[in-house]
Design a protein around this ligand. Structure first.
Ligand SMILES: Cc1cc2nc3c(=O)[nH]c(=O)nc-3n(C[C@H](O)[C@H](O)[C@H](O)COP(=O)(O)O)c2cc1C
Length: 339
């Protein structure tokens, strides 16, 4: 357990120094990345789906525990409707419990059926959702905390497409459990603002993909540095599985199919969107093909550097934001004296 420098309900839940969560990154958030997150004062999540071979997830959890040297870490279990047959969610949770993992980040679907065994194993559940209404539902079934990602996020923004700054303030009056805000977060002033609006912290994906500890090819990371928020786009809305990714040949082809073939199915799209194509882009650095999740936080992605350096800059920006607000605390004092 670290001493929290920015104490919130989230730092208390995870035992972290900072109210920043490094969300699961398909193929990319392995033990090296998650341990770097722990060293930087955050909690990160290994993506279970990146380790489908029997025994591989277990081995990665053990490697992560060793690298984290007592720091907190968790496993992300993304439960989106499966693109390929075979439902392994229950086995994944069993492995997580057997390995004594303390935190999970769930996403993609209601985790209610899995909560009793997770709770009896003492595992804390952060459920990630793309809308305040889903967060209210998740709170009612007993998750420990929720993360609400807005329309700007890399990956799956859901169907409602409400923005992060609206979610941040809206959730405050609708939830009585700790909530994190995500989607487009890449500057410390946004984190300070989220805390001011009532969030217990933030969840970050896109901003961290260029970290040295992420194994993806440097050419891919350099593309993220060059790219602007407008170089991301949405596709797969027509099949109810909206995703925000870097624009490339694949997104153009998928959008064309969706526009010209009403009733197109995931099976029709599979040759274009299979996860293995995305993995190949990370290996080769050729970002022209594959659905490569990235969001509007590309605005803040400006260099390749260690995760700790990115986080140090976020923290400096959080402090700077508080300094900008300092004059208003004098106003507050005057008001307090008047009342
Ligand atoms: C490259 C990439 C891969 C992701 N993979 C997953 C995943 O496997 N499971 C999941 O729950 N979220 C995944 N996400 C979403 C992030 O965990 C996080 O919620 C999101 O990135 C926050 O929005 P931001 O990208 O604007 O920071 C991914 C995001 C990115 C950018």
């Amino acid at each position: 357990m670290h001493q929290a420098d920015w104490p919130t309900a989230a730092t208390a839940l995870f035992g972290t120094r900072l109210p920043i969560v490094a969300g699961g990154l398909m193929w990319l958030s392995n033990a090296d990345y998650v341990a770097a997150a722990a060293r930087a004062g955050m909690i990160g999540f290994i993506t279970a789906a990146s380790f489908p071979e029997p025994g591989a997830l277990r081995a990665e959890i053990r490697r992560c525990r060793e690298l984290c040297e007592g720091g907190p870490f968790g496993v992300n279990v993304s439960m989106l409707p499966k693109l390929v047959p075979g439902e392994k969610t229950r086995e994944v949770f069993e492995t997580i419990a057997e390995e004594g993992v303390r935190f999970v980040e769930t996403s993609g679907r209601n985790p209610e059926a899995f909560l009793p065994p997770l709770k009896s194993a003492g595992i804390k559940v952060l459920h990630k959702v793309p809308a305040v209404r889903h967060a209210v539902k998740a709170a009612s079934i007993g998750v420990d905390a929720v993360a609400i990602v807005g329309a700007e996020c890399g990956g799956h923004p859901g169907l409602d497409m409400v923005g992060t700054i609206v979610n941040a303030a809206w959730a405050q009056s609708r939830l009585d459990i700790p909530y994190l805000i995500g989607g487009g977060i890449g500057h410390g002033s946004q984190i300070a603002a989220a805390l001011a609006m009532g969030a217990a912290g933030v969840v970050v994906g896109t901003r961290f993909v260029v970290a040295d500890e992420v194994w993806a090819h440097a050419d891919y990371k350099r593309r993220l540095v060059e790219a602007q928020p407008t170089d991301t786009g949405l596709c797969m809305q027509s099949i109810g599985n909206t995703v925000r990714t870097l624009r490339n040949e694949t997104t153009r082809a998928v959008q064309a199919l969706e526009a010209t073939q009403p009733g197109v199915t995931i099976q029709d799209l599979m040759p274009l969107v299979s996860g293995q194509i995305g993995r190949h882009a990370y290996v080769s650095g050729d970002w022209s093909k594959g659905l490569l999740s990235a969001g509007h936080a590309l605005a803040f992605v400006d260099r390749l550097e260690p995760l700790a350096a990115i986080v140090a800059r976020l923290e400096a920006q959080m402090r700077e934001a508080l300094r900008r607000l300092a004059p208003f605390s004098i106003l507050h004092g005057a008001e307090a004296r008047r009342s």
